[in-house]
Write a protein that binds this ligand. Structure first.
Ligand code: HEM
Length: 506
């Protein structure tokens, strides 16, 4: 008999021996596994999780970015936290976020598609998609936006036309208090609509009003505590009211977008692209004619690319402008300096993009508004596309990663006064507007905002045109100190509900 046969015979000689050996093997296996992950594959540290709940009891679900900033003080710039059973690696501070998103762009460049985002797009479009389809559509969107003048003269004209409409709407309030949300959302939405559909909407168009309202409502609710719970335990809490509302909004928006696309299809001239939808339809037809296999130019990708651009392009820019006006009302001495510069350099003529270089103080105020407003505090969740060792820590492929943009925009080692509104952050000794590395409101790397240059142009032209025309003040009976800068709950950070007066200067 061989040694092996002797051993097997011994194993089966009694049930107790067999059980003992199985237990020994199991222990060895578990010890080796934990040894491998903790010693050779040191994972990012973090607070101890509870079974099933993870670190749920420690997280402020309405403002998770706040808890995460607190945790980074104790656990460092790369740490692990469990949202229920979902393991999440958080990156905090300029150095860690830049090293991950820029120096390791490929490894940290996939999108994590949480259950609510899968409900919304089912993996189509740009925002919540990955792989070849995402790559192709992102490239298509960037090229088309550029063709339609993103950041150039053509879109400048569109923004200037919209400034004119916006000013008219605000003038109608005759200096009395009003909520800035709707006019600013309509104005910014019309810029992306003109690029996507080829024409703007009237502000009183009921379909347009509803599309904008639903997009904003859904973005707000996606950041609510019940939706965070749904993302952690989708099977258990799928019935919640907030999710049902988001699904209802989605169904109505898809219906509206389909109608708009049908109209464009009926009037399509294959030689002229009026907007991004036309370009997509023409490309789709070409690929069908030449029997391209696995084409990404299909109906679902069209609908969700359009809804992605519409919502990403509306809420963000309008929210930043609302913060800008609120900050001007709260800090009148800064508004004075902006208006003095505008009067001195521009006078009463229409501002143009080329004027930016001659308006350094105003430019610095816009940058500082974006820094302090911090409207996308955790970026949009990323996911590792492969196993990666980062700052000495092992992070497995498919791990959710949160680049904590708020911790970059308020990084104490990068900004002189991170928590106050201080335009000097962006001014040198000669008063010129300067670039700062840790200015990252659009994120960075492979998934960075693709509308950055359009957004920057809009912010500049809308902000300067409004401040040329109006003086923004708190409503009568409210002092500047009483204007609240606490952000409302939401996926993007809006100012809390408030009203302002816009008093005509002309
Ligand atoms: C002030 C205005 C804006 C801000 C602060 C902003 C910020 C951001 C941020 C932080 C991200 C996530 C990046 C990441 O995951 O790392 C993002 C993604 C995106 N943004 Fe913007 N954005 C703005 C305006 C716009 C505009 C005007 C458009 C449309 C033209 C747009 C379209 C998108 C799209 C499509 C994505 C997804 C990119 C991808 O997943 O590949 N954004 N934006």
């Amino acid at each position: 008999m061989s040694l092996l046969e002797d051993f097997v015979a011994y194993l089966f000689s009694s049930p107790t021996t067999l059980l003992g050996v199985v237990a020994l093997l199991l222990t060895l296996f578990l010890v080796s596994k934990s040894f491998t992950s903790q010693e050779f594959r040191r994972e990012p540290p973090g607070p101890r999780p509870l079974p099933l709940l993870g670190n749920l009891l420690q997280l402020d679900l309405k403002r998770p970015y706040k808890t995460l900033c607190e945790l980074s003080k104790k656990h460092g710039s790369v740490f692990t936290v469990y949202f229920g059973t979902n393991k999440v690696v958080v990156l905090a501070g300029y150095k860690a976020v830049k090293e991950a998103l820029v120096s390791n762009a490929e490894e940290f460049g996939d999108r994590d598609i949480a259950p609510i985002f899968y409900d919304l797009n089912e993996g189509h479009g740009i925002l919540f998609a990955n792989g070849e389809s995402w790559k192709e559509l992102r490239r298509f969107a960037i090229t088309t936006l550029k063709d339609f003048g993103m950041g150039k003269r053509l879109s400048e004209e569109k923004v200037l036309e919209e400034c004119h409409h916006l000013i008219q709407v605000i003038e109608k309030h005759e200096g009395k208090p009003f909520d800035t949300t709707r006019p600013l959302n309509h104005a910014t939405s019309n810029i992306i609509s003109a690029i996507v559909y080829g024409s703007r909407f009237e502000y009183n168009d009921p379909r347009f009003k509803n599309m904008v309202r639903r997009a904003n409502e859904s973005i707000r609710i996606v950041g609510s505590a019940p939706i965070q719970l749904y993302n952690m335990f989708p099977r258990m809490v799928g019935w919640i009211k907030d999710r049902q509302l988001i699904l209802k909004n989605l169904a109505m928006t898809v219906r509206d977008v389909k109608e708009l696309i049908i109209h464009l299809k009926e009037t399509l001239d294959p030689h002229i692209c009026r907007g991004l939808v036309d370009c997509f339809l023409i490309r789709k037809q070409k690929e069908e004619d030449s029997c391209v296999m696995d084409t990404h130019y299909n109906e679902n990708n069209l609908i969700f690319t359009v809804t992605n651009l519409f919502s990403a392009g509306t809420d963000t820019t309008a929210t930043t402008l609302r913060w800008g006006l609120l900050l001007m009302a709260k800090y009148p001495h800064i508004q004075d300096q902006v208006q003095e510069e505008l009067s001195r350099v521009i006078g009463s003529r229409q501002v143009q993009v080329d004027d930016r270089k001659n308006l350094p103080y105003t430019d610095a105020v816009i940058h500082e508004t974006q820094r302090l407003a911090n409207i996308v505090p955790m970026a949009i969740p990323h996911k590792t596309s492969q196993d990666v060792t980062f700052q000495g820590f092992f992070i497995k492929k498919g791990t959710t990663v949160l680049p904590l943009l708020t911790s970059v925009l308020a990084d104490e080692s990068e900004w002189e006064s991170p928590n106050s509104f201080n335009p000097s952050h962006f001014l040198d000794k000669e008063g010129k507007c300067i670039r700062r590395d840790a200015f990252m409101p659009f994120s960075a790397g492979r998934r960075a905002c693709l509308g950055e240059s359009l957004a920057r142009m809009e912010l500049f032209l809308f902000f300067t045109s409004l401040l040329q025309h109006f003086r923004f003040t708190p409503p009568p009976g409210v002092t500047e100190d009483e204007l609240d800068l606490t952000p409302a709950v939401g996926f993007t950070l809006n100012p809390s509900p408030h009203e302002l007066c816009a008093v005509s200067r002309q």
